[in-house]
Design a protein around this ligand. Structure first.
Ligand code: DOR
Ligand code: ZN
Length: 346
């Protein structure tokens, strides 16, 4: 028996496209299904200024294969030296849709991130005035805090104080992984959003660590215990405007994932939409997939929904490639560990 599901063309509100050979290989994987994406700025060196974001946008568009349409929504990497006037100009020109806050040392290429939050006050105040969202990697980096507690502690120690000190600041809690994150996002107003990844709806920490260490499931924030995964599923499938898709698809070549000090990131661009259909069907919420993947994020970013549509079909198990080849080495596609019966109709 086949079944189809047609939704507005989705957006990925948190994506790592990288640069150079990796960009060329992963961009079509996203552009095949997604009309737009909020593109993360954690390149080496990071995308800090409006001019750097414009140049990166040009490289992305130059890497887009003929005949594919995709709109990169650019972000700036917040540093303690970021100039509020440059941020305001990049926003006013329409180039930049958000600023990304990485606490220094929290994750891949975050060394230039923020250590002293007082030093970014003026930028945050400008952003509150102009309505430019702050995308937050919400983990403390204090080595005394257990890695599984870093998100919950960040909410209390950093996020809530920043929001109280900066009325009107629009914030996206990126890739929430805990019940505490879900609860905090739910309790916020219209100026608060939260992205949820595909993989955090599917794996918990056992998938990473039980019966052998599985580096391709290692990402940051790291997957937590099962009750958190269930809270994320409830949030994502609730239809509530606060919650929307940000895959955090983060490619690293296999030799850097399968390593003594492996990189953090799950690569889900290729199979996110079939996996989400599977998850939403399991939760009896197929009718809410469009809100999560195509409507809520656009509304938060004050963008119109995409004019086009995407159709998924359920039928025989539809395998996807285990890896994609890139000029930087093979990249493993996220394996959910179960057969997937949904596929995107091209
Ligand atoms: O798992 C992750 N990978 N989390 C991040 O925050 C960064 C990302 C990356 O850039 O590889
Ligand atoms: Zn990310």
């Amino acid at each position: 028996m086949t079944q189809t599901l047609t939704l507005r063309r989705p957006d990925d509100m948190h994506l790592h496209l990288r640069d150079g050979a990796m960009l060329a290989a992963v961009l079509p994987e996203s552009a095949r299904h997604f009309a737009r994406a909020i593109v993360m700025p954690n390149l080496v060196p990071p995308v800090v200024t409006g001019a750097e974001a414009a140049a990166y946008r040009d490289r992305i568009l130059a890497a887009l294969p003929e005949g594919m349409a995709f709109e990169p929504l650019m972000t700036l990497y917040l540093t303690e030296a970021t100039d509020p006037a440059d941020v305001a100009a990049a926003h006013a020109s329409g180039l930049v849709k958000a600023v990304k806050l990485y606490p220094a040392g929290a994750t891949t290429n975050s060394a230039s991130g923020v250590r002293d939050f007082q030093k970014v006050r003026a930028v945050l105040e400008t952003m509150a005035e102009i309505g430019l969202p702050l995308c937050v990697h919400g983990e403390v980096t204090d080595p005394a805090v257990d890695i599984f507690d870093r998100e919950a502690v960040f909410i209390d120690r950093v996020l809530d104080p920043i929001r109280r000190a900066t009325p009107g600041l629009r914030v996206v809690m990126e890739h929430i992984t805990t019940e505490e994150g879900v609860d905090y996002a739910r309790a916020g107003g219209d100026d608060l959003g939260a992205t949820i990844t595909t993989h955090h709806l599917i794996i918990n920490r056992n998938h990473i660590l039980a019966g052998g260490i599985r580096p391709h499931y290692y990402c940051l924030p790291v997957a937590k215990r099962e009750r958190h995964r269930l809270a994320l599923r409830a949030a994502a499938t609730s239809g509530q405007a606060r919650f929307f898709l940000g895959t955090d698809s983060a490619p690293h070549p296999d030799h850097l994932k399968e390593h003594a000090c492996g990189c953090a990131g799950c690569f889900t661009a290729t199979n996110t939409m079939p996996l989400l259909a599977h998850v939403f069907e399991e939760e009896g919420a197929l009718d809410r997939l469009e809100a999560f993947a195509a409507l809520n994020g656009a509304a938060f970013y004050r963008l119109p929904p995409n004019p086009g549509t995407l159709t998924l079909m359920k039928g025989d198990a539809a395998p996807f490639p285990a890896k994609i080849e890139t000029g930087a080495g093979p990249v493993t596609v996220f394996d959910p560990g179960f057969p997937v019966h949904w596929k995107v109709l091209d």
